[in-house]
Design a protein around this ligand. Structure first.
Ligand code: CMP
Length: 136
């Protein structure tokens, strides 16, 4: 089925000039861009977006990183887009992510890993509503 998923191109990717490279990988795969916005997350939005992680030890530096510069939020769609995008993005830790994935090719960190992508239909729906409250 055609699905929509939320992608964040994180501040490290924007700083490194990798936005086009990352969007290009989604486009070349055949996925569609349904919405996009460049914005800076504030702490409140970070706490909502990462609600499942706020109590984890890695959260304070993650919050600092994610609120520390502009990012690009996207809604990406296509057949099985949630899983397809996660496969393109690769494992969380850029040092362990497989070559050929965005993180495997371009990231060397567990935190500054260039991209966030929704991990399930429920989180995709929640995150799309959070980032694009006016609808997509
Ligand atoms: P993301 O897919 O955005 O979901 C949660 C984020 O927390 C993750 O990508 C990383 O940026 C970060 N993260 C997850 N686990 C760790 C960890 N062990 N140490 C540091 N950062 C982490």
């Amino acid at each position: 089925p055609v699905e929509q998923t939320l992608v964040l191109i994180k501040p490290d990717a924007v700083r490194r000039g990798l936005v086009g490279e990352i969007i290009g990988r989604f486009e070349r795969k055949g996925l569609r861009l349904d919405a996009t916005v460049l914005r800076t997350m504030d702490g409140e939005l970070a706490d909502q977006h990462y609600a499942e992680h706020v109590d984890k030890p890695f959260y304070p530096p993650l919050r600092e990183f994610m609120t520390g510069g502009a990012l690009v939020a996207l809604v990406v769609s296509g057949d099985q887009a949630i899983d397809v995008v996660r496969a393109l993005v690769g494992a969380t830790d850029g040092r362990k992510a497989a070559a050929g994935t965005i993180r495997g090719d371009l990231a060397l960190s567990n935190r500054e890993n260039l991209v966030h992508a929704s991990d399930s239909p429920d989180s995709a729906k929640r995150e799309i509503e959070l980032w694009f409250p006016a609808g997509v």
